[in-house]
Write a protein of this length. Structure first.
Length: 102
């Protein structure tokens, strides 16, 4: 299952609070990528917040992966987890419909 995870920063955290955790965070992100859990990672263009695409069996596995991140463990960020399913609308292209051009 694909999961979209949107970072939400703790409003009480200062930029200095993040600094001691950034190398450990990058290492853990790399480990999640290598194991195939983390498929894509971005920053939003309008602000410095991460957007992750995860491949997990379910939401519980996604939460476990995200909770393993040092910034989450330090209480500096949390994630909104959004499960995704394939878009079904394209199936309309393949439904036999009466032709209005007869």
């Amino acid at each position: 299952m694909k999961i979209l995870a949107l970072e939400i920063e703790n409003p009480d955290a200062s930029p200095d609070d993040f600094q001691p955790h950034l190398i450990a965070e990058a290492r853990r992100v790399w480990a999640l990528y290598l194991e195939g859990t983390l498929r894509e990672i971005y920053f939003r263009a309008d602000r410095s917040l991460a957007v992750l695409v995860l491949e997990c069996a379910d939401e519980a596995q996604a939460h476990a992966a995200l909770n393993s991140l040092p910034l989450v463990q330090a209480g500096l960020v949390r994630f909104e987890v959004i499960p995704l399913v394939p878009y079904p609308g394209l199936a309309r292209l393949f439904v036999d419909a009466p032709s209005s051009l007869s």
